[in-house]
Design a protein around this ligand. Sequence first.
Ligand code: ZN
Length: 310
Amino acid sequence: MIKDKILSKSNQFNYYKDNYFRLLEENKKIKEDLKKTKKNHNKLKKNNARLKKQNDILEKDNIVKNNDFDLLKPYVLESSIENSDLKFCPVCGRPTEFVPAGITKRKNALCNKCKAFERHRLFFLVLLKKYNHIFNKNIKLLHFAPEKVLYNKFINNESVDYYPVDIDPENFAKKNMTIRDKVNMEEIPYEDNKFDLIINVHVLEHVHDDMKAMHEIYRVLKKGGICFVSVPLSGNYETLQKPEYNTPELRLKHYLQEDHVRLYGYDIKDKLESVGFEVKQYNIDSLTSEEKVWELYGLHNGFVLFVCEK
Ligand SMILES: [Zn+2]
């Protein structure tokens, strides 16, 4: 009898003991699952915040898209960039990404959405922030070698009598652009004092007699009119131009591109002044000293725009 009792107690003990260890094991598993769930929850929370941020940007994108052709409205979001890595293109007026481009694969060169380069963004910012008043009346605008991204801004604008011109008009048909006249900048086929505004972005470095071209630009600009000029700059004062750099290979080596005929220095300002212009020199620092804003537009002080007034 006693032996049976002891045996029974022992069985009971083993039963509870097994149960105890089984429950301990299950508890451990539940704790691990809970940890995993918490981790997942945090991940989802982070993902959610990221999606919300993207959504906010897209909403802003939509708002500015609706006003795409309103030249008078500067699309600047400078007040809202404090803690953001947002990039914004002033030409297409949209949040964007700037991707590397150019021979040297410059960082932040090209707007991923409208293909505007740094020079176009600086030009457009200066135009919007400093010279917006030009568009308060109907104007005649002469645009040399028009870039599609800028052409699209002006071609359908009712207050702009637009003259997109080039020395090789046939090059533009494939880009779906209509060139108004074939124009050689050294002999511009228009009367004196015709235009309120002239855009000359990265063209003079291709022109053989640039002084003659500058005289011509001055001639066809109205008194009080403005001409925007930018060229690739070496960073030196003096322009580099030598008769012996006369092959595509040598031009590429010394002037950065096979069809450039010189590499300008900052003395281009003196040249422009010598034909009669009053010249102001702008870079992004002239618009704002906030480096966060430079980053917003993907610009730095190496990019220069000359604003020539007659
Ligand atoms: Zn853009």
